[in-house]
Ligand binder design. Sequence first.
Ligand SMILES: [Zn+2]
Length: 226
Amino acid sequence: MEKTCPVCGGQGTLTMRVLWPELIQEWGLAPHEVDYIDRQQGELCVHCHASRRHVALTEAFRTALGDTRTLREIVAAAPQISVLDINGAEVISDTLSGLPHYLRADYPEVDLQALPYAENSFDIVLHSDTLEHVPYALRALDECRRVLKPGGTLCYTIPIIVGRMTRSRLGMPPSYHGMPSDNRDDYIVQTEYGADAWTELARAGFTQIGIHTVDFPVAQAFTARK
Ligand SMILES: [Zn+2]
């Protein structure tokens, strides 16, 4: 059965290969891991190009709001929620930017480890495949919690290899996400996340943590409520 896209409400997907040989080698991925990461990033809604990663993030966002409508329908209703979108996520950001209280910030210009916002500012903080590039991820999560209003929710994705534990790339040869042709320093990987990725949220002080999985193990998104 065709699944309905939670961003646009359309049906049907197309799949592109996104990983390249150097990254597969640096990450030490097995063939089945290559397959599911490719699907996470490259299996796209034919209508809005939402990937499985975007779908997982949308599920986290809908859960945070307790709303089952598509993302486009939610935004069209112009809810009075304040959203901080760090780094953006293609169609998600294009859609959410229609909200009346939407703020986009880009890491590293805006430091995720020292956010320039007052505490208790936002109902939702979002980031997608950004935390793995931040040197002090725990500090970044603590900052997200600080700027959330009480009852607000952090929603984010990171690439997770579910069959292993998290490892820091500190002291290892540099590895980069983003296409090899991109400005690489923005994409250096600090942390390769594994099955214990959620524990970082607990260590950052969040006590209500959720995991939204899409076609497990293809894509995961976290929610963490302040
Ligand atoms: Zn779609």
